[in-house]
Design a binder for this molecule. Structure first.
Ligand code: CA
Length: 233
């Protein structure tokens, strides 16, 4: 998993970093919620791989873990949040879960419990999209490496094209509007015209579709936007 550790206590932060890296996770860490938010925004724009899980300290200088959690959920960023809290009171834990945390650990915690909870979240969370490998209509998509492979031919995808595919796949039960694509992939609501989305999708289709005139992977949904795969019914 791609994990972001947000913890202001250096020894704990470094300890978590080393522990999780040693277990094969790709780990980044920072001391402040504001910095974590910047990294999350970059990942939302496709500028770096998305995070699967945050280990989020509740008590941070500046923006608190709780505020960051609320902000992440308000922005609909799909990432697991395991809160680390020194507070043992039930009301605090309940408040944290209400703000959108997926689970919590009360400090001090044991390594085995931490690893078990991370493994459990990994099984539960649906958005483990980093390194996502998909196959649709004969086209293999390796989104971790930004590649489309059809008939043995590799085509590099831009990070934006990969982000579009990832988003459509994550929401494959519905259509994704052009506004939502602009907001989540370009991070630019209102600044760009929706035509920008169509131009990018047209280029993407040339790389992945068998026949761009009759696309089967990125479907147009009239009046809405785009959807993954064949339309229902
Ligand atoms: Ca702290």
């Amino acid at each position: 998993m791609h994990i972001l550790v947000i913890e202001d206590e250096p020894s704990l932060r470094d300890g978590l970093h080393d522990l999780l890296s040693g277990r094969g996770h790709e780990v980044e860490s920072c001391a402040r919620a504001e910095e974590a938010w910047e990294r999350l925004e970059s990942s939302q724009r496709g500028l770096c791989p998305p995070f699967d899980l945050l280990l989020l300290d509740w008590m941070l200088p500046g923006m608190s873990g709780r505020e960051l959690c609320r902000q992440i959920r308000a922005a609909n960023i799909e990432v697991g949040i395991l809160m680390l809290t020194a507070r043992a009171s039930e009301t605090d834990k309940v408040a944290g879960l209400r703000e959108g945390a997926d689970d919590y650990l009360t400090k001090p915690f044991g390594v085995q419990e931490l690893l078990a909870r991370i493994a459990a979240l990994g099984r539960r969370l649906p958005q483990l999209s980093r390194g996502l490998r998909l196959e649709s209509d004969g086209c293999h998509l390796d989104l971790g490496r930004c590649l489309a492979i059809r008939d043995g031919q590799e085509q590099p995808l831009t990070s934006r094209e990969s982000a579009i595919l990832r988003l459509l796949w994550q929401h494959r039960d519905r259509a994704v509007g052009r506004d939502e694509l602009l907001e989540k992939v370009w991070n630019a609501p209102g600044d760009l015209r929706t035509r920008t989305v169509d131009v990018t999708v047209a280029k993407l289709r040339q790389k992945i579709e068998r026949d761009c005139k009759c696309p089967t992977i990125v479907q147009t949904v009239k009046g809405v936007g785009y959807a993954w795969g064949r339309p229902e019914g």
